[in-house]
Every structure is written in C-alpha cells, then in structure tokens.
Design a protein around this ligand. Structure first.
Ligand SMILES: Nc1nc2c(ncn2[C@@H]2O[C@H](COP(=O)(O)OP(=O)(O)O)[C@@H](O)[C@H]2O)c(=O)[nH]1
Ligand SMILES: [Mg+2]
Length: 66
C-alpha cells in the first residue's frame, strides 16, 4: 500500500494565479512580475517606463515585499 506523505502546498497559490491569469486575459491586461535584488534598478526602470507610456496606455504598479 502506498501512503502519500507529502501534500502540494502551492495548490491555493496556483488556484489564485489561474484566476488572476483569466482576469488579465479577459480584460486585455498585460501583467508582469519584476523581481530582483534590492538596488538592482527595478524602481528606476518602472519610473522611466511609466514616464514613456504616459498618455499612451494605463499603467499601474503593485509593490510587494517578500
Ligand atoms: N549605473 C546605473 N545605475 C542604475 C541603473 N538603474 C538604476 N541605477 C541606480 O541604482 C540605484 C538603485 O536603483 P533602484 O531603481 O532604486 O533599485 P531597486 O531597489 O531595484 O528599486 C539608484 O541609485 C539608481 O539610480 C542603471 O541602469 N545604471
Ligand atoms: Mg525600489
């Protein structure tokens, strides 16, 4: 008899990600995750991108700190 000892702990996370993906797709939203070390230039590149796209498209940033 096989006794499973592990459980997928990211199930909820994947469910949530799928829901988000569907929402972005149906609303024609391009969503990207930017992750890198502190001081590597994330804020700089976002600020510049937002400046360049102002008036051309709507853009938003959600900041998360792991
Ligand atoms: N030389 C150089 N410095 C950069 C570049 N991008 C960002 N920086 C500088 O690196 C520092 C950290 O950038 P920041 O955007 O705050 O990094 P974040 O912590 O990833 O948000 C700042 O002093 C920026 O001016 C780049 O392409 N070249
Ligand atoms: Mg930053």
């Amino acid at each position: 008899m096989k006794v499973p000892l592990n459980k997928k702990i990211l199930d909820k996370n994947e469910e949530c990600a799928l829901k988000n993906s569907e929402f972005f797709a149906t609303h024609d939203i391009v969503c990207m995750n930017v992750i890198s070390s502190p001081g590597s230039g994330k804020t700089t590149i976002l600020s510049r991108t937002i400046r360049d796209l102002t008036g051309k498209t709507k853009i938003a940033v959600i900041e998360g700190d792991i």
